[in-house]
Design a protein around this ligand. Structure first.
Ligand code: ADP
Length: 482
């Protein structure tokens, strides 16, 4: 076993207070590495380092920030195959998906390198004679970034890149079960020429490292992606702290894909398979509710089943694998438990849902399709976060739209139809933050806003130019030239 991989605090690589083992979900005998686990004291050091680095970094030139972010992007992109391999090995998405995600992270850093140069203010006339009014944006301060395991490099990238771009200093806490990609990304950031303390990595648990971050008065803002329960806790802690923190939450989804009678069955099936089962269904934008009108229902279910039967579930790193394993035992237990709940509720397990054995011991699960589900069932209301999709029959477009909006969530929603009328109506009336027409609910661009409504998200949008809303604060300055 190689040396324990360390945390990065105040410009130094530092051992933690404990160790966590990074296990390959495709082969639990494969230990990817041992990683430091920070305690509260180390987290406090990281916060102090970020606070000390803030005055200088927040006043750095756009050129300095461009150079750092651009260097990070270049290294990520030039190592995308190697980093994608590490990502697929630790998280269980396929190698192609892993490499794609790493490339995305590189593109995000490139985008925010450019954004550093583009930040401008406004100058206007005052309503009072002789005065000037200026509106500028400033860095917020120390930001705590808390990320989940399902996109181990892309989500950190879409928080770290804008945070640094706009002059904030960072304390980054990745999810415990995927420290590898976070550590590799942090090494690249550490090499980018930024000063000590501007960026800090503290791997460790949510209850210790995360909790310290969200309670500390010197952390000015928290950006979080993860579960609803943790999101709510973070919101409460941010409001309870003095001063109150700015916060941004991306949480769950129960995303609908509506399939109308006039849809191209092939297009609808591809959208459903991609949305429901790619990345093993472990995406907050996954299509877990397939809402299908009656004229196409049977044809769609038949074509979907045939397509899903052909999906190869195996080791994430093997050529030919379409769907890797579930990320860990806890998540597998949750998926299997929901499959049981669906059956008990009276939905028909139409295909799949079996635990699979492969050459190596891993958390393999067949994709599962329920039919005859209703929107009242728990499998249609609660986020499963696995390769489980429920087909819900609808009479017509109006009922399909009503079902699609009947959820506490509102992240992404999709519709498959050849009708401009229905597509336009759906785009206007869907209560989701992101709407897709003839496309999977998952899969987004990086230069436009990402986020949801209702119980899925809270606060300013992430990604694209909109990211500046969270990572900057607005100042209005009045001048009387005399
Ligand atoms: P998931 O189901 O994706 O693991 P969680 O919400 O449990 O969702 O975890 C998302 C992130 O939030 C992880 O980095 C986790 O360690 C962190 N986290 C969990 N509990 C807390 C907490 N009490 N305070 C801050 N962060 C937390």
């Amino acid at each position: 076993m190689n040396a324990v991989l360390k945390n990065y605090v105040a410009g130094e690589w530092a051992a933690g207070a404990g160790i966590s083992r990074n296990v390959n979900p495709s082969n639990t005998k494969d230990i990817i590495g041992e990683y430091a686990k920070a305690d509260s004291a180390q987290t406090l050091q990281a916060i102090a380092a970020a606070k000390a680095a803030f005055p200088k970094w927040s006043r750095s030139t756009p050129q300095e920030r461009f150079d750092a972010l651009n260097r990070i992007s270049t290294e990520i992109l030039s190592r995308k195959d190697e980093l994608g391999h590490l990502l697929a090995r630790e998280e269980g998405k396929t190698l192609a998906e892993g490499i794609g995600e790493v490339a995305r992270a590189g593109q995000i850093f490139a985008f925010f390198a450019g954004e550093a140069l583009r930040l401008t203010g406004e100058k206007g006339a005052s309503v009072r004679p002789g005065l000037d009014v200026e509106i500028t944006r400033e860095a917020v301060g120390v930001v705590g970034l808390i990320t989940p395991w399902n996109f181990p490099i892309a989500i950190p990238a879409w928080k770290i890149a804008p945070a640094l771009c706009f002059g904030n200093t960072v304390v980054f806490k990745p999810a415990e079960i995927v420290p590898g990609s976070a550590h590799a990304l942090s090494e690249i950031i550490a090499r980018s020429g930024i000063a000590a303390g501007v960026f800090n990595l503290v791997m460790g648990s949510g209850s210790v490292v995360g909790q310290t971050l969200i309670e500390h008065p010197d952390v000015a803002a928290v950006s979080f992606t993860g579960s609803v329960a943790t999101g709510r806790r973070i919101a409460q802690a941010c409001v309870a702290s003095t001063p109150m923190k700015k916060f941004q939450l991306e949480m769950g989804g129960k995303n609908p894909l509506v399939v109308l009678d006039d849809a191209d069955v092939k297009v609808a099936v591809e959208a459903a398979v991609n949305g429901a089962f790619f990345s093993t269904g472990q995406r907050c934008t996954a299509s877990s509710r397939l809402i299908v009108t009656q004229g196409i229902h049977d044809r769609f279910v038949e074509a979907l089943t045939e397509r899903v039967k052909g999906l190869v579930v195996d080791d994430a790193l093997k050529t030919g694998t379409h769907m890797g394993p579930v990320v860990d035992q806890n998540q597998l237990d949750q998926d299997i438990s929901y499959i049981g709940i669906g059956k008990d509720e009276g939905a028909k397990l139409h295909w799949g849902g079996e635990r699979l054995n492969r050459e190596t011991p891993g958390f393999y699960l067949q994709p599962a399709i329920f039919t005859g589900a209703t929107n009242a069932m728990r499998i249609a209301r609660e986020e499963i976060f696995g390769p489980v999709a429920s087909v819900i029959a609808a009479r017509d477009y109006d009922e399909a739209l009503a079902i699609s909006n009947d959820t506490e969530f509102g992240l992404a929603a999709g519709i498959c139809t050849a009708s401009l009328k229905y597509a336009s109506h759906f785009k206007r009336n869907s209560e989701a933050g992101m709407v897709m027409v003839n496309l999977p609910t998952a899969g987004v661009d990086y230069h436009v806003p990402f986020g949801g409504r209702k119980g899925s998200s809270y606060g300013a949008r992430e990604q694209g130019a909109y990211a500046r809303e969270f990572y900057t604060i607005v100042k209005t300055a009045y001048t009387y030239p005399g």
